[in-house]
Write a protein that binds this ligand. Structure first.
Ligand code: DGJ
Length: 727
């Protein structure tokens, strides 16, 4: 519920368990009052700290700078006395950048608007507050949008900036949100990584000054995910305060966290200002992407469940979002570029015989691509490899009884391609410089409408030319050489954002034109695993590292925020292609169960005993996937923390079914006994595990002992079924 208490000049946004409160100072500045466990009263103006602030401009005219220096501004700007992190910079034609925002009006309404051209949360069971602030001198209007959904402890923020003046202005910084947090001992929690090592959880104590995470690569990136939580020191799964922010955007972002002279913490998040400048002509509006804020007063577990529920119900739109996905086999690790029609059909036949449901043809089917140094942009089938053509292959695969999927990398162009020979100006490049290559490729300038149109039409033509049920949309290099021969000089700063909008636009069209298509996003593994992409696709390839042990850490970090149903996870062959590690086939299967599940191997070449395990793994997937799609996720133990074993549990929403995945990474002789304390069960419920019956309360408080397992990398799945409830 959202309300405005006129007497106290207080805005209060309530979710089931939290309150987000803002208030107006006498001068009509909008201040942040409180974010935390739910409050009953709106008599909260005293929390703005105005009484203790001796510099209030009303009382002491002229002392505005001293006031600004400590006022907890809800949407801070720079240059007039607030020396902390700011959210907005507007450069006028006179070169000056100061903006002073004061409250003008607000509106509260049922529902929530989607953001045009941008991914955003959606749903009718929602409520929105729009607060309009304005600066008289520049004519800039800033509308802060706050939305909440019934039953979900998240506050979604975004910002609209309008130029009401006659002259254009240049927005050089438009962040999506700021949060002031009271003094305390806090740490940041973020998801850090690299290629094949994405989203490792990382904690850093917050000291004085500024710190944060960012990317300027034009993809959210392997290195940092657009997520950061300020957590009280020592926060665990079930204890501690968590202020989390996740950005619904897939390109450059910045999160800055600052501890100031009064030990107050300010965290801001938004589009990275580097390389960003947006020309806003008279009457135009710029919309900044959404930040999803989650507060939990009882540790990380609740934050995780909130994000999972929100994203499953109010972000992902695909027709597939709640459906069990077909068990697929992807030929990348099986063949790399070395395949043809016969090879794919051999794989398909064996896959079908073992219960697999879809074949995905990865990179290498188009142009004259035999390695990664050619043909991106030439989206026509290479008939010397795909003998008989694409339709023939798709038909044969369907005749075998499998669905068919295909790989694209639409945002790229190879210097060795027909397209590049025809249109070198379609690549991003700066005047007078040869653009730099990465993975032997350049980035298309998608700010140029005819380029985006051509690429979209090429993909659509392929999808119409054969029965294709699935697309893997890949993106394998960061953006550099940020120059466009299409945009004028004063709009070159718009390239990075416009490029992202163009990608979103293409994926939006795919959704509309092919509503049944199962779209998987991918970026050199998981470099663009962010809420922005999930708006368009219900799943994301999580990492090029398919090693079961590495995946424990990667998937733990990913599951911290993103629903299990979105996590692309496959069983691959060993020795693992990235780490060289050999793990049991069964462990690889158990680890992939908490994701989309599939295979990434040459089924015609693996050992007979591995092959024989596949039907049983698929049965397990079918049994447990309904819980993965909609259940609550609980982290029981973390291999990243204990360097020994990993354990997580998934419980159906009605608490009747659950399964626990336990992986012993290292075998220890005469090891100390481990007990798994389960979570999320009915305390008075009787649960059957194997032949035995346990009380939920006992399982959660005393736990179950882990049997001694012989050997490294061993896993087990514990299944629980509620058989009776005592009351
Ligand atoms: C990177 C992806 O993550 C891989 O799965 C594969 O599709 C390759 N690109 C193909 O180039």
């Amino acid at each position: 519920m959202i309300l405005f208490d006129e007497k106290n000049s207080i805005f209060k946004i309530d979710t089931v368990n939290t309150s987000y409160v803002m208030g107006l100072a006498d001068e009509m500045y909008l201040g942040h009052v409180y974010y935390g466990d739910k409050l009953q009263s709106t008599d909260l103006t005293y929390l703005l700290g105005l009484e203790v602030n001796p510099f209030t401009p009303e009382q002491k005219p002229g002392e505005k700078v001293s006031f600004m220096d400590c006022f907890p501004m809800e949407y801070p700007t720079k240059g007039l006395g607030d020396f902390r992190e700011s959210c907005l910079s507007v450069k006028r034609m006179n070169g000056q950048e100061q903006t002073e925002l004061v409250y003008k009006s607000h509106v509260i309404y049922k529902g929530k608007q989607t953001l045009e051209g941008l991914p955003s949360t959606w749903g009718e069971d929602s409520e929105t507050l729009e607060i309009m602030l304005a600066d008289e001198i520049t004519g800039i209007q800033v509308t802060l949008l706050y939305s909440v959904f019934d039953g979900i402890d998240a506050v979604i923020k975004s910002v609209r900036v309008k130029n009401t003046a006659a002259e254009p202005v240049f927005l050089t910084k438009v962040l999506s949100g700021s949060l002031d947090i009271r003094p305390g001992s806090y740490e940041t929690l973020s998801l850090h990584g690299s290629w094949a090592r994405e989203r490792h959880m990382s904690r850093t104590p917050i000291g004085y000054g500024s710190m944060g995470i960012e990317t300027c690569r034009g993809i959210s990136g392997h290195q940092e995910n657009p997520f950061l939580a300020v957590v009280s020191e020592g926060t665990t799964q079930n204890t501690g305060e968590v202020y989390a922010m996740n950005f619904v955007y897939s390109s450059n972002f910045m999160v800055k966290v600052q501890k100031n002279q009064f030990d107050h913490i300010r965290a801001v998040m938004g589009i990275h200002p580097e390389n960003f400048s947006w020309k806003l002509s008279a009457g135009e509006v710029f919309t900044a992407p959404e930040v999803v804020m989650v507060y939990s007063g009882s540790g990380l577990g609740r934050m995780t469940q909130t994000y999972h529920d929100l994203y499953r119900n109010h972000l992902i739109r695909s027709a597939w979002k709640d459906k069990m996905r077909p068990v697929l086999i992807n030929n990348w690790e099986a063949t790399y570029f070395n395949f043809d029609t016969n090879k794919l059909l051999d794989i398909a036949r064996s896959a079908k015989a073992h219960g697999i449901e879809m074949l995905v043809m990865d990179d290498g089917w188009f142009g004259h691509r035999e390695s990664d140094n050619s043909s991106l942009g030439d989206w026509f089938v290479n008939e010397s490899k795909i003998q008989g053509g694409l339709k023939y292959l798709a038909d044969e695969i369907h005749n075998i009884g499998l669905k068919f999927g295909i790989w694209f990398e639409p945002e790229m162009i190879s210097p060795d391609s027909e397209l590049y020979r025809l249109h070198p100006e379609w690549a991003l490049r700066c005047e007078g410089r040869e653009p730099g290559q990465a993975r032997n490729q350049l980035v298309l300038d998608l700010t140029r409408p005819e380029t985006a149109e051509y690429i979209y039409n090429s993909i659509a033509a392929i999808l119409k030319s054969a029965a294709i049920e699935y697309v893997k949309w890949d993106m394998n290099r960061p953006l550099s050489d940020i120059g466009s021969s299409y945009l004028p000089a004063d709009q070159q700063g718009e390239i990075m954002h416009r490029q992202m909008l163009a990608v979103y636009g293409m994926q939006e069209r795919l959704l509309k034109d092919f509503p049944e298509l199962l779209l998987e996003n991918c970026s050199g593994g998981g470099a663009r695993f962010d809420p922005g992409m999930l708006y368009y696709s219900p799943q994301f390839w999580c990492s090029d590292d398919t090693d079961a042990v590495e995946r424990l850490i990667i998937q733990e970090g990913t599951q911290l925020i993103y629903p299990l149903s979105t996590i692309g996870a496959h069983v691959s062959d060993c020795p693992n292609h990235t780490t060289g590690r050999v793990t049991p086939f069964s462990t690889r299967g158990d680890v992939a169960l908490s994701g989309t599940f599939g295979y990434e191997l040459d089924i015609t070449k693996i050992s007979q005993s591995d092959r024989d395990e596949i039907p049983g793994q698929i049965d397990k997937f079918k049994k447990f996937n309904p819980l993965v799609l909609s259940g609550d996720y609980f982290r029981i133990a973390s291999y990243q923390e204990n360097h020994d074993y990993d354990c997580y549990q998934i419980v159906s929403k009605d608490k009747k079914k659950s399964f626990v995945t336990y992986v012993q990474v290292h075998a220890k002789p005469n090891a100390k006994k481990k007990y798994l304390r389960l979570q999320g069960l009915v305390p008075d419920g009787l649960y059957q595990i194997g032949e035995d019956i346990y009380l939920g309360d006992t399982l959660m408080k005393a736990g179950i002992p882990v049997p001694v397992i012989f050997g490294d990398y061993r896993s087990m799945i514990i299944e629980l079924n509620l058989v009776d409830s005592r009351f």
